[in-house]
Design a protein around this ligand. Structure first.
Ligand code: BGC
Length: 357
């Protein structure tokens, strides 16, 4: 526990950005909004208000700096002109806040929503605003309000042609958070509110099968990222039949002995069990009052640490597609370790269960 806090604090860049993983070849030097938002939530819950402030200030700056790009995209879309995924805001930034120069699966809306959600959580926990974030919040909210209906890459940076339910859940939570932060203009707030209603209606109409959420609109598969649509994003509450059925089905299909797969067809590094997803499932159990189950996931997460205490992205002992492991080892090297998002989720679940450093 104290190691998780220490790893994150030690590796936070002086700019405020959290690197996804300091040494992993494909992630080195980059910060993701999605990973960072959950990492910031973890440290905020364990007393590191300054670290979370620095991350949120960094996000607000990098997003606010792109207000011109967002306004031009919004006006073009408003005139009915097509905008392409390649023109949208990036998924990840260098630690200095610059768009990377390496090709990436670079159109993902969820991180912008997740950042707004985490900023609101942190601000309300602290009982004060993070200074200087208004422009970034308004820019992110305008961006999401205009483009939430577009297909984009999902949490796993796949399937750009689909509309992913976990992404819609993140945008729903992010726009509600932006409204709650109280910095949007009247028209921005009203438009964000209409988008929130539109997302809920679209998911209810096209994102459900058998009373539970689906991986993307029109699919019948599940994906562990859907856990976040219940806790923490609250698209469906834990005690709503859809929320309860979604968590139960993800656990039934994807959880094995405390670890959680991303989705059944996963082949990335052979498709292992992800430490951070055990965190999401535990978080859902904890919020639904199932403390023993939640503790089981926390214990499994801790048991995946290396001798130094570092948590990996995924563990490779019980793979869904073992024949696909070697190609990733050859391409990118050993699994990302430490993955700061894994440590952030450990901190969140520990806090939910009252386990302190
Ligand atoms: C995962 C993303 C994650 C990124 C950085 C990718 O392999 O699919 O969800 O944001 O790594 O950790």
């Amino acid at each position: 526990m104290s190691h998780s806090l220490d790893v994150i604090q030690r590796l936070q860049s002086p700019t405020g950005a959290y690197p996804a993983s300091p040494t992993f070849s494909a992630y080195r030097g980059y910060s993701w909004l999605r990973d960072g938002a959950f990492i910031a939530e973890g440290v905020s819950r364990h007393g590191d208000a300054a670290g979370a402030d620095a991350f949120h200030t960094w996000c607000a700056r990098v997003i606010g700096d792109r207000a011109g790009q967002v306004d031009s995209l919004v006006s073009r879309a408003g005139r009915g002109e097509p905008v392409s995924p390649a023109e949208m805001l990036p998924t990840r930034f260098t630690l200095d806040g610059v768009d990377g120069d390496v090709d990436w699966w670079d159109f993902q809306l969820d991180g912008y929503g997740t950042w707004l959600w985490a900023l609101r959580e942190h601000s309300f926990r602290q009982g004060r605003a993070v200074p200087g974030v208004e422009k970034g919040v308004r820019t992110a909210a305008r961006y999401l309000t205009s483009f939430w209906e577009m297909p984009c890459y999902d949490w796993w940076e796949e399937h750009v042609e689909q509309r992913h339910v976990a992404t819609l859940g993140a945008v729903h939570a992010g726009l509600r958070a932006a409204i709650a932060l109280g910095v949007l203009s009247g028209p921005e707030s009203a438009a964000a509110g209409r988008a929130v209603e539109g997302i809920a209606a679209l998911v209810a109409a096209e994102g459900l099968v058998g009373g539970r959420l689906t991986k993307w609109l029109g699919s019948d598969a599940v994906d562990a990222s859907l856990l976040a649509c219940v806790e923490p994003f609250g698209l469906y509450a834990a005690d709503h039949p859809v929320g309860a059925a979604t968590v139960a089905e993800v656990e039934r299909q994807l959880a094995v002995d405390g670890g959680v797969y991303r989705y059944l067809a996963d082949t990335f590094y052979g498709g292992g069990r992800w430490v951070l997803l055990a965190g999401f499932l535990g978080w859902n159990h904890a919020r639904a009052g199932r403390r023993e189950e939640a503790l089981r996931y926390l214990d499994w997460m801790a048991a995946q640490a290396t001798a130094e205490g570092d948590l990996p992205e995924q563990v490779s002992d019980r793979l869904l597609a073992p024949e696909r492991l070697q190609e990733w080892l050859d391409r990118w090297g050993t699994v990302a370790t430490p993955l700061l998002w894994s440590h952030g989720m450990y901190l969140i679940l520990a806090d939910e269960l009252g386990v302190r450093a």
